[in-house]
Ligand binder design. Structure first.
Ligand SMILES: CC(C)(COP(=O)(O)OP(=O)(O)OC[C@H]1O[C@@H](n2cnc3c(N)ncnc32)[C@H](O)[C@@H]1OP(=O)(O)O)[C@@H](O)C(=O)NCCC(=O)NCCS
Length: 141
């Protein structure tokens, strides 16, 4: 298969991928805000068809958050996820200055931990670190 990788993604393609991997689609305005404020978005296409995407939020200092790593089910297992996350890590490495370090954090979907471990991420909780945590807040009508 012939894939090309580009920076950025349209809201429609972003929601198309979310739907394809079984996640809820987002309100367009909110999804666009998230895309706009990501430090980098990498997307994979086969001709003009969206195949995968991944994005990174980075505060410009030492914390970066890897989010929304998605590959169409029909195209999983071809190294596309690994390539996209690899590109994001390479970008962050290119931003390092002398004596700098960056911690990349993520919340793994259930069962996807081995994918991230192969890329060098360390599973939590472990001997030194507690579990990752999160909380949803929602608009009250
Ligand atoms: C997780 C996901 C992004 C992986 O993308 P992918 O393109 O299928 O993965 P790759 O082909 O790049 O796999 C890279 C390596 O990880 C391994 N791997 C991928 N998913 C794995 C899994 N669930 N369990 C174990 N190993 C896995 C592959 O075997 C491959 O190993 P290799 O380098 O030794 O050959 C993809 O399965 C996906 O989109 N899933 C649905 C959405 C999701 O859950 N995303 C993660 C959110 S945290």
């Amino acid at each position: 298969m012939d894939f090309s990788y580009k920076n950025g993604i349209s809201v429609d393609d972003y929601n198309r991928l979310r739907d394809a991997v079984g996640w809820d689609t987002l309100n367009k305005e909110q999804a666009q805000a998230g895309i706009n404020r990501s430090r980098m978005v990498v997307s994979c296409y086969e001709k003009n068809k969206i195949i995968g995407s991944a994005r990174i939020l980075w505060d410009g200092g030492y914390i970066a958050y890897l989010a929304d790593v998605m590959v169409l089910p029909s195209h999983q297992g071809f190294g596309i996820g690994k390539k996209m996350v690899g590109e994001l890590i390479l970008f962050l490495k290119s931003q390092l200055k002398s004596e700098w370090k960056i911690k990349i954090v993520l919340i793994s979907a259930k069962g996807k931990e081995p994918f991230y471990e192969k890329l060098g991420f360390i599973k939590r909780p472990n001997e030194n670190d507690g579990a990752g945590m999160n909380m949803w807040i929602k608009y009250d009508e």
